[in-house]
Design a protein around this ligand. Sequence first.
Ligand code: NAD
Length: 358
Amino acid sequence: MTLFDSPAFEGHEGVHSFFDERTGLRTIIAVHSTARGPAAGGCRMWPYPTAELALEDALRLSRAMSYKNAMADLELGGGKAVIIGDSRTQKTPALFEAFGRAVERVGGRYWTAEDVGVSPADLTHARRHTRYVAGLEGHPAASGDPSPVTAEGIFRGIRLCVRRGLSRDLDGVTVAIQGVGHVGAYLADKLHAAGAKLVIADVNEAAVREVAARTGAKVVPAAAIFDAQADVFAPCALGGAINEETLQRISAPIIAGGANNQLASPEIGRELFAQGRLYAPDYVINGGGIINVAGEIRALERGEAFDAAWVEAKLGRLMDTLDEVLDRARQEKRPTHEVANEIARARIAGAAEKKAAA
Ligand code: NAD
């Protein structure tokens, strides 16, 4: 199969591969769309067994960033970088310097940031050779940890879903949270403050203990979270939490949480819809983090300090977009994830047309 036949290719504007002999850097930078603005998306370092798998991942993730950035109404397109390698053993400052040179060669059409296996410290090395890096620490434009903003968006999204689906407020509603890491822990605090009852699980026992002590949450074993009696199931751990097996066990009428790629397949989304459950599309409800990063890119481009008020306005707009997705899905009797994809594609196509006409 050639690159152009790959199902993940779907209209990518550019796919750039770089090899640096001195450091052994092998990286692929996929630029899905720059219709709305420069492509933005993190850099993932992963020991992909083959270059083909690395390419598939880069393509899939960069397209997802286009959709996420469009739904967050950001003047950014979608892109993603992958570095082939083991982040535990193969990271060096020189490797990330070489990565910075690769980003620079894409000429400002791609902004990088952290993702799985890549930290702000790694990006500091990349920054020596390119200015197209967000997610750095210690400068006036820096946006800091995106997790609290991500959690705030999810909190508001859950409140919206509960109001729409259950015609009530969060007080007394039970939310089951799978994963109380960065996002899940902030989310638990916010839900607790709003009067929700919590059931939580995490494979990290120290994390659950800490969150339970603060919020009075009921703790269940990680594998038992799907069986919890709850009004809302909030996946905040890894992707694929909603699959054929877990769907049989989840009783909650609302599924809304922070994890990326919650649906194991598009068919699961259709099944959720057929069962009359309300699913908040993951890449819409968890868009707070990228809004925060976009705030940093905006500040860097303008030579200004980070503007929290701009981020707050975008977060408000994100909730309007979630409301629009849920409205249309109800009116058109269609699954929410399909409606979200359609709106994202229309926003990207609209921007492309405008750009072509200019
Ligand atoms: P994290 O690594 O801090 O937290 C994930 C937590 O899930 C960890 O505590 C981990 O122990 C736990 N976990 C892993 N497997 C589990 C299992 N089988 N059962 C229960 N718990 C399990 O990551 P995070 O930053 O909180 O992100 C959580 C999810 O949200 C990820 O899917 C991430 O891609 C997505 N997301 C995060 C952000 C952000 O701003 N951090 C933004 C958008 C999306």
